[in-house]
Design a protein around this ligand. Structure first.
Ligand code: CUK
Ligand code: CUA
Ligand code: CA
Length: 610
């Protein structure tokens, strides 16, 4: 690494920290100090990590043809998608289009995807979580939020495909999203990071801007109710008993400017009492606003919400795999606040004050954002400003130790989310951790002003944290879960259930009703069921394609030239598309997905008469 590069990086980091200094006055002057250059010891660490096994550590080598131990499910940030990775190889296995348009799969081009997307074309996937049974994943669904257009999408794991999408009314900046963990996922919660008037009246004064904690029925994919509070609601978590959900708030001030949002010396972890929510629903203690039951959870208005004060402007909240503690990461404060969940019962019962639920507040580093767990009593926190992953001992913290640090690992750079294998379940196994870093800066050869994102895989099986993979990724590795292969693999199908799709084509043909033309096509390598279709200019045409090849991996495509149509159909899958034949002429439709030695010949004509 040349001096010049190091020099550049210093400047980058400095300007970034200066910006953070506006927001992070509480972090103090030492904000400038940490690891602004790559040390010799760090280079050594990489040298050591090369080549698989290190004495006494688990191997991270996945040989060609071998399978990974874990499925990683990644949210793709403002790309709007989800991704599937193999862990620990970090091989990208698949992308699952959700809120984005994906030309390779045709998501956004077909009638099936348009029905869910309703014309929207952008999304920002932040938090991805799986459905649960008895505190661990059941391998059925993934859920993910869209921060831009306030939606929740569900992906069914058997097909690894988005199967449902709902709008969350009264919400903006849909954020922290978490499914019920116990006894199983009936509800999921999702937050609004941005407070707005409810209903959204532009003339409302600032102190009538509210945050909403929305409860969604996860099977029906329908909004159950919303709890309205003054605070903004950032990250979310559920407990392991089915009693509570909780959310951090950094803007309890109801501010609309950055300085207003930083005005108070503390904000809150809000805890929502599910029994009391059910009671409010039973007693009709709600108002209907935009078709949703809105329960008033404002201060002094109900006993549904417990507000536990934490240092100002916190960020993540994560519950330890034993279900005992919720760890609230400080962001502006260098601490994590450990909340004992048993004490929440007492606080709701009025036996103790909310602040007495905080049983430890260890110092972790500058800018703690998210915390994960190894299942052996350690927490690992991502520290943004320091660019570190910090491993610390929960018990030592609770006993009152100020800095119960076990190990500090430098990462590259500005880490956001981190997640350990199975860490959001009672089966946390402490093997791997991923550090999803917001910036790669000078780490890779230059590809222009927009640098690649950087993610690093960390072996957490030993006392010390050890980086075993350091790679780039497409924008933006936001959050993820890593799930044991045996939970997922048996649930995933090799082909679709053909007649699940009501339009599945068994016989190719053309049906005309006035200007509406339905073209039904089977696809069998290397032919479609028809060689040509005659249309008239102005026809409204629906093409339905069913893939009749049952061999797994034998996916066909369907693209109609100069008509902007492109999608794939996998074995026994059906997809459809509707378009207007507005251009006379001869147009070839062809198979886009290489399926056969005669794949190039797999094409047919659409003849549009003037
Ligand atoms: S928030 Cu982004 S680093 Cu949306 Cu998950 Cu914490
Ligand atoms: Cu079918 Cu290529
Ligand atoms: Ca605040």
């Amino acid at each position: 690494m040349s001096d010049k590069k190091i020099g550049n990086k210093k400047i980058d980091r400095r300007s970034l920290l200066k910006f953070l200094g506006v927001a992070g006055a509480a972090a103090g002057a030492s904000v400038m100090v940490p690891n602004s250059v790559i040390s010799e010891s760090k280079k050594m660490m990489f040298a050591k990590a090369e080549g698989g096994e290190e004495k006494g550590r688990q191997s991270y080598e996945v040989k060609p043809g071998e399978y990974d131990d874990y499925y990683g499910f990644w949210s793709g940030g403002h790309s709007g998608e989800l991704r599937v990775l193999g862990i620990p190889s970090m091989r990208e296995l698949k992308r699952i289009p959700v809120f984005n348009i994906d030309c390779g799969s045709g998501w956004g081009i077909t009638n099936e995807s348009k029905k869910l997307l309703k014309g929207l074309t952008v999304g920002d996937t932040h938090h991805v979580h799986g459905s649960y049974k008895d505190g661990t994943y059941d391998g059925k669904y993934l859920f993910v939020n869209d921060k831009i257009n306030a939606r929740i999408a569900r992906v069914r794991i058997d097909y690894m495909e988005t199967d449902a999408m709902i709008d969350i009314p009264n919400a903006q900046g849909l954020h922290g999203t978490f499914p019920q963990r116990y006894p199983k996922t009936e509800w999921l919660v999702t937050n609004t990071e941005f407070q707005i008037p409810v209903p959204n009246n532009p003339g409302a004064p600032q102190n009538e801007y509210y945050g909403l904690h929305t409860i969604v029925d996860a099977e029906k994919m329908a909004v159950v109710c919303q709890i309205m509070v003054e605070e903004n609601l950032d990250l979310a978590a559920t407990d392991y008993q089915g009693k509570y959900s909780m959310s951090t708030s950094y803007n309890s001030e109801q501010g609309v400017t950055i300085s207003e949002m930083l005005a108070a010396d503390h904000d809150y972890l809000l805890v929502f009492n599910w029994e009391r929510i059910r009671e409010a629903l039973r007693k009709n203690n709600y108002k209907m606003i935009n078709g949703v039951k809105v329960i008033d959870g404002r201060r002094g208005k109900s006993d549904i919400v417990l507000r536990i004060p934490v240092p100002k402007n916190p960020h993540g909240v994560n519950v330890s795999p034993d279900g005992k503690y919720a760890v609230c990461s400080g962001k502006v404060s260098p601490t994590c606040s450990v909340v004992e969940i048993a004490k929440i019962d007492q606080a709701f019962a009025g036996k103790i004050k909310p602040e007495e639920c905080v049983v430890a507040q260890p110092e972790i580093g500058l800018g703690p954002l998210h915390t994960t767990f190894d299942g052996r009593g350690n927490a690992i926190t991502s520290v943004f400003i320091d660019s570190t992953n910090v491993k610390w001992d929960l018990e030592r913290a609770i006993k009152g130790e100020k800095k119960p640090i076990v190990d500090v690992l430098d990462v590259h750079y500005q880490v956001g989310h981190i997640m350990a294998t199975m860490a959001e379940t009672k089966e946390a196994d402490g093997r791997w951790l991923i550090s999803l870093n917001k910036m790669s800066k000078d780490r890779f050869i230059n590809v222009g002003p927009l640098k690649p994102e950087c993610e690093q895989l960390v072996d957490i099986s030993g006392e010390k944290l050890r980086i075993v993979h350091d790679g780039t990724t497409y924008i933006e590795p936001h959050d993820c879960i890593m799930v044991r292969r045996d939970v997922i693999e048996p649930k995933v199908k090799h082909r679709y259930d053909m007649f699940e799709h009501p339009l599945a084509v068994t016989k190719s043909g053309v049906e005309r009703k006035g200007k509406d033309v339905t073209v039904s096509l089977t696809a069998n390598a290397p032919v479609y069921g028809l060689q040509e279709v005659k249309l008239k200019k102005g026809d409204r045409v629906t093409v339905i394609v069913t893939n009749h090849d049952e061999i797994s991996d034998l996916t066909h495509g369907f693209a109609l030239t100069n008509y902007n149509i492109n999608f794939i159909v996998s074995p026994f899958q059906t997809k459809s598309v509707t378009f207007t034949a507005d251009k006379p002429g001869v147009y070839w439709a062809y198979c886009t997905n290489f399926c056969h030695a005669l794949h190039l010949e797999m094409r047919m004509r659409f003849i549009v008469e003037a």
